[in-house]
Every structure is written in C-alpha cells, then in structure tokens.
Design a protein around this ligand. Structure first.
Ligand code: GTP
Ligand code: MG
Length: 581
C-alpha cells in the first residue's frame, strides 16, 4: 500500500477541506435532537410560543448550514476522488508498460485488466467514501454518544450495554468478511478471463463448434462468482439485522426506562425523544460503519492487488552510460554459452549452450523442428528476456548493459504471430519509423510485396484496419508486418517464420528484394521450409534447444544428420541443389 503515499501527499489539503465540511454536516445533525428536546421541554411544556419559534428558526438555520456543507463536501469529494482515480490508473498503466515480459507474465492478462479497471475504481470509491460517510459515521456515532450522555446520564446506562455488543458484531463482520471479499475478486477475475479468451478466439470457437464448451466454461466462472457473492451477501444479511435488532432493543429499553423516570417526575418527555433520536443516529452510524468496513475490506483487497503490480521490480537493469558504437555497418551479434529458460516452466532450459556469431551483412537462416527454441533464441536479441547464463553482445557490447529501448531502436522484428493495430495501414507501417517519408513507406511496402494489394484497397494507405487487422488475410497481414520492419531500416532484422502464409512465388520475390535491402543488415531468418534458408550465408540447425549444426547448405548436407533429415522429409530422397547465383 506504499504507493498510496504519493497521492495522499498530493491531495491531503483538499481532503481536509472535505473532512471539514463533513464535520460541519455532522455537527448540524448532532445539534437537532438537543434543540428538539428544548422545544418540547421548555416551549411546549410551558406553552411559550415565542421560544418555540425562536428555537424552530435556529433549527432551520442549522439545517440549512448543514445542507450547504453537504453540497460543498460532495463537490470537493468527487473532485479529489476522480483526480485520484485518474492518476492512479495512469501510473499503473505506465508501470505495466515499463515492466519486462518476465515481470508481466507473472500476472494473468485478465487480472491485469481488472487491476486497471475494477480495482482502481474500488479504491477510488473508497477514497470518495472516506470524505463522505466514512468520516461522518464515526463523528455521528461518537458525537451522539457524547450528546446522549450529556443529555441524560441515567438513560446512558443502556448505551453501556448496547454499544459493546454492536462493536463486537462489527468486528466479527470485518474479520469474517475479508477472505470472502478477496474470493469475490478472484472469481470476477475468472469471469473476465473466460470472456477475454472467448473474444480473442471467437473465430476458432465458432469453427470448431465449441460454443457450448465455452458457454459451459463461462457458466462455471459465472456461477463461481455468483456463489462467492452470495456468501458475502449472506454475511451482510446476518450481521446487519443483528446490529439493527440490538439497537432497537436498546431503544425499547430507553423508552421503558424513560417512561418510568418520567412517571417519577425525574425526567421530561423531550429528553426521551432526543435520546431515542440520538440512538437512531448511533444505529445508522454503526450500520454505515459496518458498510464502511466492507468497502474498506474490498478496497484493501484491491489496493493489495494494485500494490502487487507496483512492487514488481523490473529485473531488467542497464547502465545509462552504455551505448552501441556509432560506426556502420553495425549489427554484429555474439552468443556466448547462452542458456535460457522461461520463468515458471520448472526450470527446464529452452536453450542450452548456444554459441554463434552473426556478422554485419550476413544472412543467417535458422531451422529446426517446432518447439526447438528458434523463436526463443531470437527473442533474446532485442532483450525481451535476459539469458539465464552466458552473454549476448551486439557490436561488442553486452546487451545487459544497454537500455533495451536504445537496443531495440537498432532492431526490427517480424514476429511469428502477426500483430497489427487498429488505425490506418500507413499508421501501422509508421510503427517502424515515425519520421519515414511517404516514398520510404511505399518502397518498404514494395519490397514486402504489399504495395499492390494496399493500392487496390479502397482508400489505399489510408485504409483503416479493424482491431488486429481482422479485415486482412493472413498473408496480407504478414506482408504488412514485413513492410513495417523494413520501414525501420535496422542494423539487425529478425524474420520469425514470416513467410509461412505466403505462396512460394511471393516469398521468392520478397527474398530477392530483401537481398538488396539486407546487404549491410544482419538478417536472422527463421523458417520451416528448407528452401527459405538454403541460400543464406549460414544456416543454424536447432534441435531441442541446442545448435546441432552451423554452416552452409552444402556443408550441413554432409555433416549434419538433423539437417539431412529435415531435407529428406521435405523433398523425399531427391535433394535440391542450391542455385548458383
Ligand atoms: P515453432 O515456432 O513452433 O517452430 O517453435 P520454436 O522453435 O520457435 O520454439 P519456441 O522457441 O517458441 O519454443 C521453445 C520452447 O519454449 C517450447 O518448449 C515452448 O513450450 C517454450 N516456450 C515458448 N514460449 C514460451 C513462453 O512464452 N513461456 C513459456 N513458459 N514457455 C515458452
Ligand atoms: Mg517459433
């Protein structure tokens, strides 16, 4: 909860203003019953109309002041809580953005979304409540107690019994409630997760007619949420009436005790009326206190979950002074004894003892069966993850010393899973390089064989893409993704299986253009088809996280069993020859 300090120190002044107005409001409420008892005991009992009018006027003025304070308090409270919520949400968003993949993957994505939305709202509501009922309830409670005791110490004996019982009830409620509310929050996470999964895979769900299955999953999550919520409501359903009952017993006791004393002429009726009034105020204050506690419990659970994100320390560190040498052509990559494993996958290394060097201008093909670690290998270069052991140097600088942002400036990547963003085609291409000229963009699109289909779109480069580019074919998306990388003019270009959705003719054309483009660019090309990599300067063969062969097509055909097997599986016994250029 340490993250709250920042907002407290920023908003405490206005907060105090709100609390001041709330106190005024509570004071107004507290004065009413006493004035009322005076009107009854003096004005009515002694039939003094002027006194009744005077006190009635005073009562009106106090009520009016109370109402004004309430409006001002409302304005200030919503202002502070809205600002607080907005700032908290922005900070949390920024924090999430600054975290490394490893940090982010510790949370489920659905839960990050609930943290950003529901949890922040929960805390914001609590802050708002703090300035409204939360301060008012204890003030009214304690104030009424004092006023009641001052008014009539004899009747106050009843309070001596009622207040501790209610106190215990409220405490119990708090204790039992906490875990339940945490449970509700978890269940809500579950509902969000199922919805998210369904929506992101809606086409596949429909294609496989898995709607019933998904609906079942949703039903399950929803029912779980329902059950947890019911548990909480049940808790409230038991505690709130018990508090009500206790206080009402107290009121009956006051009436009885008061009537007895009035009979004995030791007390006036006005006192009883005022006392009952105070007791009702205490009752409502206590009821709201248990409500306040419930909200507090909720907000605390939410604040904890927000705090979990804030306390994530980005494990990716760097030295601000470290920089890549400016000389060109750059883009040399050295892997030295690199091993790597994803966090949480039982420590099983995905990459083992990787040693290789990629020189500027070299094109390196990477091939290997699925799951052999190709994508993991290239994801280490832009420092998406840090190695478990060994080091990777770019242009002679260990990338662990580099600011990832500076490193990534030099790298363009075409990820295996194409991701485009809503916006126009041009905007998407400009992700590669904000300041690219229109000519550069068209040139890149031409190289990626994307220009012709973009030009055929109704609005050309201004055509808007739906979310994730749903209105494009898989191959069209891949070509945009390639063009986006080429716009960047990087030192290092990483193509992860980026021609899987293209026909061989288009692939060949793109490869031709790439050859000219990549003359002084280090190019890492992952492919499934041997034909895609066989004319590379070097081919790296991966098997089960290890490099089992590095060399040209010819040398590998002679020396690498795995490579020969891949070749045979793709071409049968007749092996292709590299075309001499
Ligand atoms: P294909 O793309 O299918 O050809 O495979 P690949 O060679 O690119 O394999 P990749 O590097 O994606 O995966 C290697 C191993 O790492 C596999 O056993 C995966 O289960 C594992 N792996 C890949 N990505 C992740 C990840 O994000 N988290 C975890 N925990 N494991 C992963
Ligand atoms: Mg892969």
């Amino acid at each position: 909860m340490g993250f709250m300090k920042k907002y407290v120190s920023k908003h405490w002044k206005l907060f105090l203003v709100a609390v001041f107005f709330v106190s005024m409001e509570a004071l107004a409420d507290l004065l009413q019953p006493t004035i009322m008892s005076h009107i009854l005991d003096v004005g009515v009992a002694e039939k003094r109309l002027d006194y009744v009018l005077r006190m009635g006027g005073l009562m009106l003025i106090i009520t009016a002041l109370g109402a004004v304070a309430a409006s001002l308090r409302n304005i200030v409270a919503s202002h502070v809580s809205q600002k607080f919520g907005t700032e908290l949400r922005a900070d949390l968003f920024e924090k999430i953005q600054s975290l490394s993949f490893t940090n982010i993957e510790r949370f489920e994505r659905a839960s990050l979304i609930t943290r950003l939305t529901n949890d922040v709202t929960q805390v914001q509501n609590f802050v708002n409540g703090l300035m409204r009922i939360f301060v008012k309830a204890p003030l009214l409670c304690i104030g009424s107690l004092i006023m009641a005791v001052r008014l009539n110490p004899h009747l106050a004996v009843v309070l001596l019994i009622v207040v501790p019982i209610v106190g215990v009830l409220v405490a119990l409620n708090l204790k039992v409630g906490f875990t339940r509310f945490v449970g509700v929050q978890k269940a809500l996470d579950g509902v969000n997760r199922v919805i998210r999964e369904y929506l992101s895979g809606v086409r596949v769900v429909k294609a496989f007619n898995r709607f019933d299955h998904e609906a079942g999953k949703f039903q399950e999550a929803n029912t779980d949420y329902q059950n947890k919520s019911i548990q909480v409501t049940r808790l409230l359903a038991i505690f709130n009436p018990s508090i009500l009952l206790t206080v009402n017993f107290g009121i009956v006791a006051v009436l009885w005790l008061g009537a007895w004393r009035v009979n004995q002429h030791q007390m006036q009726v006005g006192h009883i009326v005022a006392f009952v009034n105070y007791m009702t105020q205490i009752l409502f204050a206590l009821m709201t206190i248990s409500l306040v506690f419930n909200m507090f419990v909720r907000a605390k659970a939410s604040a904890n979950r927000i705090g979990e994100v804030f306390t994530q320390v980005n494990e990716m560190t760097w030295e601000d002074s470290a920089a890549l040498p400016a000389h060109r052509p750059g883009g040399r990559i050295d892997f030295e004894n690199v091993s790597f494993g994803y966090e949480g996958s039982a420590g099983e290394p995905v990459l083992k003892n990787i040693n290789m060097t990629c020189l500027p201008g070299e094109t390196i093909g990477i091939i290997g069966s699925t799951g052999s670690g190709k994508s993991s290998l290239v994801s280490l270069v832009p420092r998406f993850y840090d190695t478990s052991s060994g080091s990777i140097c770019v242009d002679g600088v260990d990338i662990r010393q580099l600011d990832p942002a500076k490193l990534r400036d030099r790298i363009a990547i075409v990820p295996q899973k194409t991701i485009l963003f809503s916006g126009t085609i041009e905007e998407n291409l400009r992700w590669g390089h904000e300041q690219a000229t229109n000519d550069e963009i068209v040139h890149a699109a031409n190289m990626a064989e994307a220009h012709s289909f973009i030009a055929a779109c109704p609005e050309g480069y201004e055509t808007r893409l739906g979310q994730r580019g749903v209105n494009l074919s898989g191959g069209q998306k891949q070509r945009l993704s390639i063009a986006r990388a080429l716009v960047r003019k990087p030192d290092i270009l990483i193509l992860d299986d980026c021609t899987s959705a293209l026909d061989t003719a288009t692939e060949t054309k793109i490869k031709q253009s790439l050859k000219a483009f990549a003359a002084d660019v280090t190019c890492l090309i992952i492919a499934q088809r041997i034909t895609s990599v066989m004319d590379a300067d070097k081919v790296v063969v991966m098997d089960d996280g290890e490099i089992v062969g590095i060399g040209t097509h010819e040398t590998l055909m002679k020396s690498c069993r795995v490579y020969v097997e891949i070749c045979q599986s793709q071409f049968g016994k007749e092996l292709p020859h590299v075309k001499a250029e």
